[in-house]
Design a protein around this ligand. Structure first.
Ligand code: FDP
Length: 341
């Protein structure tokens, strides 16, 4: 008996998708393709650890060793090591920088240095670890521009020079969302087969937007412009929009929701902590990669004055006010801030 094959939906693995993207670039050597595979593997490894996060206490902590004889590590340290150790020896990366380390991370001399620069925030939203709330990892890839084995200068490139960026979301399912500058695609990990499958092709931020996301507990420390903008988002004035508020406090989760539903996330400059006048978020590890994805999905990202992707970074860990999401809402934030100056 002939069995009919359901041809309505194609199942596309991340490997196939990346390879198909590569085939549209005849000049491509496959190095970026393999680097993206490596990051998908990083995501699988970190997801397997975050899934077991709550079990560490139950499975036993004998000194710093669990009952499998493994070293019990803090999840953020583990995620950081996973990124580094899966990428240090491949010959694809020249230098790395991690949100967890003050200085750049050179490739050990025993391994060949490659042509790409990898920046990562290994576990974003880590204050949520103990509460079983979504976490994420964020990554950015640039081309090495210096002639050596990779340096700080290679890491301090503006977002306009990005080759690729994306994030992993460890939520009710694990997702990898990335862009190489040709739109944004999202993949969901099928844990039974260990593959990321294309679940969200060609993501565009929908209009009208639904949500605004911000830590409103900080409102008293905000500028008049940001306060007025927030009132606009809440629909308190005539002619303003009326959005619902949603705030997880894990940037990747908040960004992901607004990417799919439309909306704006902001972490503005505030006067809360005089040592952080630019707000809390990091330009290189958080704002630039997510800003790139927002633009690729039809949205925008700004520091309140202009495009995040145009900023020339000065230091690895510099902070920036950050407004990201639906283009009109980000532009509106800039207007409110400009008018109140
Ligand atoms: P966390 O401190 O938990 O790692 O930049 C880190 C970050 O989380 C973002 O993921 C999140 O959006 C933001 O900080 C949350 O900050 P608040 O606690 O001040 O709201």
């Amino acid at each position: 008996m002939a069995v009919e094959i359901d041809q309505r939906e194609q199942i596309i693995t991340i490997e196939r998708h990346i390879l198909e993207e590569q085939s549209t670039h005849p000049e491509a050597t496959g190095v970026l393709t393999n680097l993206l595979y490596d990051i998908a593997l990083v995501g699988k490894v970190i997801a397997s650890k975050t899934n077991r996060a709550g079990l560490v206490e139950i499975l036993g902590r004998t000194g710093s060793t669990n009952i499998q004889g493994e070293q019990v590590q803090k999840l953020d340290k583990l995620a950081d090591e996973t990124f580094f150790r899966l990428n240090d020896h491949t010959g694809r990366v020249a230098v790395m920088a991690s949100e967890e380390h003050e200085h750049v991370l050179p490739i050990p001399d025993k391994y060949p240095a490659g042509k790409y620069v990898l920046l990562y925030d290994p576990l974003d939203g880590s204050s949520n670890i103990d509460y079983n709330i979504c976490l994420g990892s964020i990554f950015s890839i640039y081309r090495k521009t210096s002639s050596g084995r990779g340096s700080l200068e290679d890491c301090l490139q503006p977002g306009r020079q990005l080759v690729a960026a994306g994030y992993l979301l460890y939520g009710t399912s694990t997702m990898l969302v990335y862009s190489t500058g040709h739109g944004v695609n999202g993949f969901t990990l099928d844990p039974s087969v260990g593959e990321f499958l294309l679940s969200h092709p060609s993501i565009r931020m929908p209009d009208p937007p639904q949500y605004y996301s911000t830590n409103q507990g900080n409102e008293k420390y905000w500028s008049q412009g940001v306060k007025a903008y927030t009132a606009y988002l809440q629909g308190t004035d005539k002619g303003s929009v009326k959005l619902s508020a949603r705030y997880v406090g894990s940037l990747v989760a908040d960004f992901h929701r607004n990417l799919l539903a439309g909306g704006v996330f902001y972490y503005p400059a505030d006067t809360h902590d005089p040592s952080k006048p630019q707000g809390k978020l990091r330009l290189m590890y958080e704002a630039i990669p997510l800003g790139f994805l927002a633009e690729q999905a039809g949205g925008r990202a700004s520091d309140g004055a202009g495009d995040i992707l145009d900023i020339q970074p000065q230091t690895l860990h510099q902070r920036t006010p950050f407004f990201v999401g639906s283009a009109d809402l980000v532009t509106k934030a800039e207007e409110f801030i400009r008018q109140s100056r």
